[in-house]
Design a protein around this ligand. Structure first.
Ligand code: PRP
Length: 175
């Protein structure tokens, strides 16, 4: 069983500041055409991030990518759906996800988008966990970086719960 940390790891205010910083950095360094957000985790982050971009012509597409289900360990197999009408041939894509953990999701998704014909794919994650990386991959734009820990809120879930909380919290083992 898990219990919530006493204080948020990142408050809603700290997250909004980071979103602003990230959006400015991305807009300065990468002229992209399409945002591809990964459901479900990135639904809050991607929507906040997108609204900061000065280019109002960028398109937005969400794809479902899931490997954890209700488990806390990645199954190692990525299920991709909602990508049938994705047309990114020759486009520069900004791939957006909430968290980079083992890296398997990002690795598979970059490959998938390249195979779909993207001219370039760069990635942005709000949070990276360094301890459990299995894939040899880095996100191009990273907000917060932590060693490890089970984090929820701002889109991040535990068995589908806690996604709607505006702050990010740590779940700690009760024992
Ligand atoms: C979570 C998260 C990332 C991925 C990161 O997705 O949203 O997409 O795990 O983990 P990784 O680096 O170990 O691959 P999940 O599969 O839990 O689906 P969800 O977005 O629906 O929560």
């Amino acid at each position: 069983m898990y219990k919530m940390s006493l204080m948020p790891l990142y408050t809603a205010e700290a997250i909004q500041e980071m979103v602003q910083i990230l959006s400015e950095k991305i807009a300065r360094n990468y002229k992209f055409d399409v945002v591809v957000g990964l459901l479900t985790g990135s639904f809050v982050f991607a929507s906040d991030l997108c609204r900061h971009f000065p280019n109002k012509k960028i398109k937005v597409h969400f794809i479902k990518a899931s490997s954890y289900g209700d488990a806390t360990e990645s199954s190692g197999k990525l299920n991709i759906s909602l990508a049938d009408d994705l047309d990114i041939t020759g486009k520069k894509v900004l791939l957006v996800d909430d968290i980079l953990d083992t890296g398997l999701t990002l690795q598979e998704m970059v490959k998938f988008l390249q195979e779909k014909g993207a001219a370039e794919v760069r990635s942005c994650v709000l949070l990276e966990k360094r301890a459990r990386r299995k894939a040899n991959i880095k996100a191009d734009f990273v907000g917060f970086s932590i060693e490890d820990g089970f984090v929820v809120g701002y889109g991040l879930d535990c068995a589908g719960e806690y996604r709607t909380m505006p702050d990010i919290w740590t779940l700690e083992n009760e024992n």
